[in-house]
Design a protein around this ligand. Structure first.
Ligand SMILES: C[S@@+](CC[C@H](N)C(=O)[O-])C[C@H]1O[C@@H](n2cnc3c(N)ncnc32)[C@H](O)[C@@H]1O
Length: 404
């Protein structure tokens, strides 16, 4: 048993923060003090309550807005708690911040809004009021707690909207590589709509609104953190590749562990991230630093998305590609980063303040060194014992199991 545990911990790749790293990364965090120019907040993690900065965001600059707010469930985010409420009350809460983000959008921008069944009714009503709702993607969360008196919850929604009728949608950039079950051939014996490779037989299929190829980050994945509702990098990669072009700007005002900024960076996009919790902001900064060294995205390789549980095939494909590259003219043996793959292989089809009170998050944390100037960059972020008696933007760190 102890040997098994040791094996597991040696393969545990969860990104954590040492005390030195908390100190180091908290110095990189940004704090807005008034209306911000784009350059002030671009490619940075702003550690603030969204409600505090909503009126200070630059206008008409965002190409893609990704929204993954607390769902309509009881949920702890490190040192804050979101309380489940009626659909009507959740809609009211959404109305306190969502419309204020709209001026940040360019006329051809896209918006993706995450939820699950309890939140989706309110989200749909909200989005129909302000934007053109184009689709609802449902993705399967492989894991989920079984229930004795109900169906297991293992799907989530991502609502897709645009500001207008002209918008970016790069369908070719988000094709799915699937194993061929029935390998039909033409009369001349050639594969019919599929590819015969040394790693197996595959078909590249158009992306649908039902996603079954995602894995929720867990301990042996290099992208994993202990943020309780971390999104898979692969999910963000699909949205960013489909709805932006290199150099475009992505905004995530509920950044969590930084997935959106990290994937935007890996794919050569600009980003703005806002997050209330200092610990999560530091995780985001660490992941952004790691992305400098490794821009790979699990499940996305050679410009295509792979089915779930195909890691060994992806590795074989990568080995094959490196061998082929080694044998070719430049002889460099380098594999291209996702951004490079996309730049060379993609076809483009451009068609085209409420003073913080509205958040309704129950904060129960504070630290002795905070002096209410909490998350300022270089102002001394403190991650120590939570104090339920004092309100605060949230420092300290309480791990919690991942899952909605
Ligand atoms: C569902 S999580 C986002 C997870 C993220 N997509 C990821 O991959 O890690 C929502 C995040 O919103 C943050 N949050 C909640 N209220 C906020 C507010 N008023 N301002 C900024 N961030 C807030 C929470 O701390 C939490 O990390």
């Amino acid at each position: 048993m102890a040997v098994e545990e040791d094996k597991k911990s040696s393969r545990n790749r969860t990104i954590t923060l040492t005390e030195e790293e908390k100190e180091k990364y908290s110095k990189l965090l940004h704090v807005m003090e008034g209306p911000a120019a784009l350059e002030e907040i671009e490619n940075k993690t702003t550690n603030q309550d969204l409600f505090e900065v909503l009126d200070w965001l630059p206008r008409n600059c965002v190409d893609l807005l990704f929204l993954d707010p607390p769902y309509n469930l009881d949920k702890e985010f490190n040192r804050t708690v979101f309380k489940q409420r009626s659909t009507e009350a959740y809609l009211k809460w959404l109305e306190t911040w969502f419309p204020k983000l709209l001026p940040t959008l360019k006329p051809n921008a896209s918006v993706y809004f995450c939820g699950e069944w309890r939140s989706s009714t309110a989200i749909h009503l909200l989005l129909e009021k302000y934007l053109k709702v184009r689709n609802r993607i449902t993705w399967e969360r492989e894991k989920g707690r079984g229930a004795l008196t109900n169906w297991k919850n293992c799907s989530e929604d991502i609502w897709f909207c645009t500001v207008g009728d002209e918008y970016t949608f790069n369908a070719d950039a988000v094709k799915l590589k699937r194993r061929v079950i029935a390998p039909y051939r033409t009369e001349s014996g050639r594969p019919k709509d599929w590819l015969e490779t040394s790693e197996g037989n595959f078909r590249l299929t158009h992306p649908s609104n039902l996603w079954t190829d995602l894995t929720v980050p867990f301990w042996s994945m290099p992208e994993n953190t202990d943020h309780p509702t971390q999104k898979p990098e692969k999910l963000l990669a699909k949205l960013i590749l489909a709805s932006t072009n290199p150099g475009d700007l992505v905004l995530d005002p509920f950044l969590g562990s930084g997935t959106t900024s990290v994937v935007a960076k890996k794919l050569g996009r600009r980003y703005i991230g806002i997050e209330l919790d200092a610990y999560y902001c530091c995780l985001a900064e660490k992941r952004l630093a790691l992305a400098e060294e490794d821009s790979s995205i699990q499940g996305y390789q050679d410009g295509v998305f792979w089915e779930r549980n195909t890691l060994s095939m992806q590795r074989a494909s990568q080995r094959g590609r490196i061998r082929r590259l080694k044998g070719c003219q430049d002889g460099s043996g380098q594999s291209s980063s996702p951004a490079q793959t996309e730049k060379s292989g993609r076809t483009d089809s451009r068609h085209h303040q409420n003073g913080g009170t509205g958040t309704e998050l129950y904060r129960y944390s504070h630290t002795s060194s905070c002096s209410k100037g909490c998350p300022a960059s270089g102002r001394g972020v403190d991650f120590r014992t939570p104090r339920p008696d004092l309100p605060c933007r949230g420092f300290g760190h309480r791990g919690s199991p991942k899952g909605r």
